[in-house]
Design a protein around this ligand. Structure first.
Ligand code: KIV
Ligand code: ZN
Length: 486
């Protein structure tokens, strides 16, 4: 391995699954593993085969399904665990056994009830046994973050001599601070005489919200593998979030002297898949994968981003798998963002005064409603434009249902004020040919921005058809507000 490669070891399927309530079926694990492989994750920890027959089968199924990433199984430093992991990993094109035993005073005394010498001996035996199945063996001194440094050095030297190719330093209880954890990694690499024979890895928990910070500090101090999970899933407060580690290293290449080989455009799809399967929602303001991660609401920010994206964005939304950044219209938004969004909807103002009037109505509405959607904007413009004539557009209904298999379509309806009569020009199928055409053919019609508004609705309908296809979420209902018939 070259010194500038940072190995990404994903443990969503093992530590991630240890989040209470996040258990996954074998097939779900295979789907996630395939998504991780597409993202070019280096190592996928698929489970803990001795834990249950289901876990064994899941590791076996992932091992059979994945060819481009190394598939890893976890095992305590016990013969039966290691043999079970070795067996489950047989179908893998490339396999790794990850064996561990605790090394902190509290774990050795209270949990294992073992003397330190016994722990070293068992660790060495475990690594030797794992080497019978694969030459890719990882050893973790559990609770390394609270272990004594001299003892840690002793264990690590012994397991590397026994054949461990990766030494993983877990901050099992998320106790360390970044400067301290970085210092620990540097000290271990400096003091363990055979440290050059293994890759140093880190595995940080997020009990104090420092998992990513600790992992990155370790990388700056020589670690070349980070163990992490999608969306930061994991035991208790979770593990270091893969997306944050990877994007920090990529974004701050001025600081990091290593790179990952990941296809970062797969991050958001993978995050969504994991969230959908586990039922663990991603908080909106979650870095990289939260829906607000690339959304701008403040007028000053929106104006800046519209002029030059880099004013308020350090990454491109597309680079992590979003289709684009998002300008959120709300009470903090400015005129530039308002006008730009309306232009995107095909609506232009004939005069500055029209724009100002609409903008002032927009601000009134934004005081009452957190987020202003395109549908709200269309309504705002309708109120100013169409009521001026003797007719108005009542609304734009989205019809068709996800259950029926029917192609969703929109219907725009024009009402004549004077006759209380519905002209109606429903259009279906592709939106541009729908509601707009009858209008333009209508003799004596006015052609101001209300026509462009109609056109905007139609084009929007068309975009939605393309974006959603027939199946997605058309049943959301109307896109334009239904106003009272008069
Ligand atoms: O947190 C931890 O210490 C672990 C080990 C098994 C690596 O998950
Ligand atoms: Zn862990």
């Amino acid at each position: 391995m070259s010194d500038d490669q940072l190995i990404i070891f994903d443990t969503t399927l093992r530590d991630g699954e240890q989040s209470p309530g996040a258990s996954m079926t074998r097939d779900e694990k295979v789907r996630i593993a395939k998504a991780l492989e597409r993202m070019r994750v280096d190592v996928i920890e698929a489970g803990f085969p001795v834990a249950s027959p289901g876990d064994f089968e899941a590791v076996q199924a992932v091992a059979a399904a994945v060819t481009d990433s190394t598939v890893c199984g976890l095992a305590r430093a016990l013969d039966k665990d290691i043999d079970r992991a070795g067996e489950a990993l047989k179908p893998a094109a490339s396999s790794r056994i990850h064996t561990f035993i605790a090394t902190s005073p509290i774990h050795m005394k209270m949990k294992l009830r073992m003397e330190p010498d016994q722990v070293v001996e068992q660790a060495v035996q475990a690594v030797r046994r794992a080497r019978r199945f694969t030459d890719n063996v990882e050893f973790s001194p559990e609770d390394a973050g609270r272990s004594e440094i001299d003892f840690l050095c002793r264990v690590i030297e012994a397991v590397i001599d026994a054949g461990a190719t990766t030494v993983n330093i877990p901050d099992t209880v998320g106790y360390n601070l970044p400067h301290q954890f970085g210092e620990l990694i540097r000290t271990l690499i400096e003091r363990v005489p055979n440290s050059d024979k293994a890759v140093f890895s880190v595995h940080c928990h997020n009990d104090l919200g420092l998992a990513v910070g600790n992992s990155l500090s370790a990388v700056l101090n020589g670690a070349r593998q980070v163990e992490c999970t999608i969306n930061g899933l994991g035991e208790r407060a979770g593990n270091a979030a893969l997306e944050e580690v990877v994007m920090t290293v990529q974004t701050r290449q001025d600081i990091f002297s290593c790179r990952t080989g990941l296809d970062t455009t797969q991050i958001v799809p993978c995050s969504r898949l994991v969230s959908g399967i586990t039922g663990f929602a991603v908080q909106p303001n979650k870095a990289i994968v939260g829906v607000n991660a690339f959304a701008h609401e403040s007028g000053i920010h929106q104006d800046g981003v519209l002029k030059s994206r880099e004013t308020y964005e350090i990454m491109r939304a597309q680079d992590v798998g979003w289709s684009a950044n998002r300008i959120v219209l709300g009470k903090h938004s400015g005129r530039n963002a308002f006008r730009t969004r309306l232009n995107d909807l095909g609506i232009e103002f004939e005069t500055e005064e029209d724009l100002n009037n609409a903008f002032s109505r927009f601000k009134d509405l934004a005081d009452k409603k957190h987020e202003i959607f395109d549908e709200d904007l269309q309504s705002l413009v309708t109120e100013s434009g169409l009521e001026a004539g003797n007719e108005w557009l009542k609304g734009c209904l989205l019809q068709g249902d996800r259950g029926t298999g029917q192609q969703p379509y929109r219907v725009a309806t024009l009402f004549r004020k004077q006759h209380h009569q519905r002209d109606g020009f429903p259009g279906r199928g592709d939106g541009a040919s729908a509601a707009g055409r009858p209008h333009r053919q209508r003799p004596g019609g006015r052609y101001g921005y209300r026509d462009r508004f109609r056109q905007g609705l139609c084009e929007r309908a068309q975009q939605d058809h393309q974006a959603r296809g027939t199946g997605a979420s058309p049943a959301r209902g109307r896109i334009g507000p239904m106003r009272e018939s008069r």
